[in-house]
Write a protein that binds this ligand. Structure first.
Ligand code: BES
Ligand code: ZN
Length: 626
């Protein structure tokens, strides 16, 4: 390149940068504080975390140090505020050079039920680093310590973390807010024969001293820091993909998720490069409380999606999609949760269409709509909106399908108004311009206005957009999905319920998992226990190895008054800890007086095997209004 060309290019670049700066300037600033964190990042901000932890299965605790690098955003600030929950803090030191350390004064405040305990640390003006020596509690809300009996192999214990939304503070003292992003590194000492994995770059073998070493070079929010320790093996499934699982599960897992690389490529065509290097899956034991968790580079997933027919892998598509919506562009606070989950649900639908066709994608969309309607019915009025007027007390308590499904419908509506090509460009621009940043709803609205609505202001009104965000139901002008495959199931079901079709004549052999779900989840109240028992006798539903169909079946049978399924349902609840699958069963029982008692007995037995987050969610069902 000659000199004038180079200058020209520099000029164009500077112009682009200026334009970028101008576009960003139009967006409102992020808030200084997060209502779900004690941190004060506008004064002192954590810029990097280095963990050095030992895993003690006997005492169910992690202990070691967390070393934080800090930036003095406000040079006058002398107090670093961190989040903790049930941690014992043994010592705090600060350093200006990372070599010499001096003891720092600190104070651990009384424990708040939701937020935990604020840790205040006195930091000198020149302190660059803070090192905290601490130990976690056996009941740490992010940690589940599994006995060998709760694993597939039955010989080794297992530990995993679940930090989202505000549980990282129960195993790491840090600024536990998605407003703050930081790279992290870790050294984890685990018992011999066990392997540690994290949401970071990994090595095949531990270091010479036995510690497993990890580096996450990109800045991520605290809720994406994740660790698992157990009898874990690895198998590659593609250029950038692979599965980690207990050895006995590895073959099935590798088969089920063999198409992940393909999904990545399709997603990159739509939304830009995958920016995290590898994308691996960790298949957890069945007590994992979620379907999946988008820990960067290493999605944590329930084993309940392994069915042998790859029919439930859109869960992976969802978690992979978070590599754009959520991990790359992160909700600034938990009030903006729909920016993570609504976008991700929309992206997943698009990917489902591209990879498995419109019929499949529409079935998933309609199941989502049903979830949304159920959530709207169950939620308190204040929680029925996409963005609440005031922050929820506890993000776990208001978790529902509303941010997922109404958020996705909002984006689908925008797509329908401006057309797919324009909307795809718009989304891609949103991700590119906010990559590795946290973003608020207010910022999204400003970006939306400038980059999409401004193309034609007659298409979407401010009142309509306000309805999407703040109305307690789906706006009347929404574009709703339909599924012919489900309509067929509905008429077959009506014929069966009315006696025109024998139980054995239901054409179930051609049904997709999603059709079974729809058949069971929307079963009319008119179904009789005798009909349900005939269904079970014909199709062995109480014994199905498909955990999704099982959950839908048990809920439908309990709600329909078929007490014969109770023992099988109780059995199921002893080993499945995925909240989405167990919640509806407990809920159906609790709705009847006899069922409530039975549910309580079942829970008393199952509880020890649940993750603390799942146990709390079931407990809330019993505590709710009768
Ligand atoms: N990030 C969520 C799980 C989550 C949300 C954990 C809030 C803690 C707090 C994850 O991406 C998710 O949405 N999982 C779903 C998957 C489904 C929608 C395909 C789940 O677990 O059911
Ligand atoms: Zn999600």
């Amino acid at each position: 390149m000659n000199r004038s060309k180079r200058l020209l290019r520099a000029g164009v670049l500077a112009g682009l940068l200026l334009a970028g700066a101008a576009a960003r300037a139009a967006e409102p600033p992020l808030p200084d504080r997060d209502p779900h964190s004690y941190a004060n990042p506008a004064q002192l901000r954590v810029t990097q975390v280095a963990l050095d932890l030992s895993v003690d299965f006997k005492r169910k605790r992690l202990s070691g140090t967390s070393e934080l690098q800090i930036a003095h955003v406000d040079p006058a600030a002398r107090e670093l505020l961190l989040d903790t929950r049930d941690l014992s803090i043994e010592r705090v030191e600060t350093s200006s050079d990372g070599k010499t350390w001096s003891k720092a004064a600190f104070q651990l405040a009384a424990r708040d039920r939701v937020l935990g305990s604020k840790l205040s640390i006195a930091v000198p003006a020149d302190a660059q680093r803070v090192r905290i020596r601490y130990t976690t509690a056996p009941q740490a809300s992010a940690l589940q310590w599994l006995t060998p009996a709760q694993t597939a192999g039955k010989r080794q214990p297992y530990l995993f973390t679940q930090s989202q939304a505000i549980h990282a503070r129960s195993w790491i003292p840090l600024q536990d807010t998605p407003l703050v992003r930081m790279p992290y590194s870790a050294r984890i000492r685990a018992p011999k024969n066990l392997r540690a994995v994290m949401s970071a770059e990994m090595h095949e073998q531990p270091a010479a001293d036995g510690a497993w070493e990890f580096v996450m070079p990109q800045p991520i929010p605290s809720y994406l820091i994740a660790l698992a320790v157990g009898d874990i093996a690895f198998r590659s499934t593609g250029e950038r993909t692979g599965v980690y699982a207990e050895p006995s599960l590895l073959d099935r897992a590798a088969y089920e998720f063999a198409e992940t690389e393909k999904t990545m490529e399709l997603e990159e065509q739509l939304y830009g490069p995958y920016r995290w290097g590898r994308y691996d899956l960790l298949i957890l034991p069945p007590s994992f409380p979620y379907g999946g968790m988008e820990n960067p580079r290493l999605t944590f997933a329930t084993p309940t999606v392994i069915t042998g027919d790859r029919k439930l892998v859109s869960l992976v598509t969802h978690e992979l999609s978070h590599s754009w919506s959520g991990n790359l562009v992160t909700n600034a606070t938990w009030s903006d949760f729909w920016l993570n989950e609504g976008f991700t649900t929309y992206l997943t639908n698009r990917l489902n269409e591209a990879q498995y066709g419109l019929e499949f994608a529409d079935m998933e969309r309609v199941l989502g709509l049903q979830d949304l309607r159920d959530s709207e019915e169950q939620a308190e009025p204040a929680d029925r909106v996409l963005v609440r007027a005031t922050p929820a007390a506890d993000p776990d308590e208001v978790f529902s399908s509303i941010p997922y499904e109404r958020g996705a419908l909002f984006l689908t509506w925008l797509e329908s108004l401006y057309g797919r090509p324009a909307f795809d460009r718009f989304l891609r621009g949103w991700f590119d311009e906010h990559a590795f940043k946290s973003a608020s709803t207010a910022q999204f609205l400003a970006y939306l206005d400038e980059h999409l609505i401004a193309q034609d202001r007659s298409k979407a009104s401010a009142a309509q957009i306000d309805a999407w965000l703040h109305a307690p139901q789906i706006p009347a002008f929404a574009v709703l999905p339909r599924s012919d495959a489900f309509t067929q199931v509905e008429s077959q079901r009506a014929a069966w319920l009315g006696g025109a079709l024998a139980t054995s004549a239901l054409p179930t052999s051609g049904w997709a998992v999603q059709q079974w779900q729809h058949f069971l989840d929307t079963m009319p109240a008119s179904v009789t226990p005798a009909q349900l028992q005939a269904l079970d006798a014909q199709y062995g539903l109480s014994k199905t190895p498909n955990a999704i169909i099982a959950s839908s079946w048990f809920r439908a049978a309990i709600a329909g008054g078929d007490q014969a399924v109770w023992p099988a349902a109780a059995q199921y609840l002893q080993h499945v800890g995925r909240m989405r699958l167990l919640g509806p069963i407990y809920r159906a029982w609790i709705a009847t007086p006899d069922g409530r008692v039975y549910a309580q007995q079942t829970y008393a037995q199952a509880r020890a095997g649940y993750h603390p987050i799942a146990a709390a969610s079931v407990q809330r069902l019993f505590d709710e209004r009768p």
